[in-house]
Ligand binder design. Structure first.
Ligand code: AP5
Length: 189
């Protein structure tokens, strides 16, 4: 099964995906992390991607789709994949729908927090793209390009909302529980 983690920069997608994957033996794929590893290794793709990331812009869809589809194809049938940071555009969501095995996208978890909470967390972290100017641009890109996916997955009746302005442990309890409940529904169907 594939569970998509949706939500604005700084909402805690990476934190929650990592904890849930570790506790439950699930697979965590972070597209941001993948790009940062490519950039650190100095690959052509990574260096190109870093230009977009440092501005807070999205890396082009064709690059992202190629990276993610290759990893989906290498999954085992009983893997649970937590997809963190992908899809981020409607074309990415459509390509994911085509590439994923039929019925395997079981859940889109929508993490929610106010812009003040998000900005405070990102400034506190201080990654290369965590300056105030870039954070504000990332939030604008998110609202314009990624947030429409909330309605897209709500229409598909797989969206579940999670309040993310709470302690990490409380959010984690809900996150793992929701994924497990969808998994057990699928198993008994
Ligand atoms: P990506 O790495 O995905 O960045 P992002 O979406 O901006 O997400 P963040 O990692 O900033 O936030 P998060 O929600 O994971 O929160 P986190 O757990 O880290 O992408 C970076 C760039 O790569 C993009 O801008 C784009 O250029 C490119 N890219 C990636 N995917 C792409 C795609 N599909 N298409 C095109 N381009 C793509 O937490 C943030 C901080 O808050 C941490 O310090 C954490 O410790 C803290 N925190 C977390 N939860 C809590 C809590 N409950 N309470 C207090 N603090 C908390």
């Amino acid at each position: 099964m594939i569970a998509i983690l949706l939500g604005a920069p700084g909402v805690g997608k990476g934190t929650q995906a990592e904890l849930a994957a570790e506790a439950n033996g699930w697979v965590h794929l972070s597209t941001g992390e993948l790009l940062r590893q490519e950039a650190a290794a100095g690959s052509e793709l990574g260096l190109k991607a870093n230009e977009y990331m440092s501005r807070g812009d999205l890396v082009p869809d064709e690059v992202m789709v190629g990276l993610v589809v290759a990893r989906i194809e290498s999954l085992k049938a009983d893997d649970v994949l937590l997809l963190d940071g992908f899809p981020r555009t409607l074309p990415q969501a459509e390509e994911l729908g085509k590439a994923a095995p039929s019925g395997s996208i079981g859940l889109a978890l929508y993490f929610m927090a106010s812009d003040d909470v998000l900005t405070g967390r990102l400034l506190g972290r201080g990654r290369q793209d965590d300056t105030l100017e870039v954070i504000q641009h990332r939030l604008t890109v998110y609202r314009e390009t990624t947030e429409p996916l909330v309605a897209y997955y709500r229409d598909q009746k797989i969206l579940r909302e999670i309040q993310a302005d709470r302690p990490v442990e409380a959010i984690q309890k809900d996150t793992s529980q929701v994924v497990k409940s969808v998994l057990s529904q699928k198993e008994s169907a």
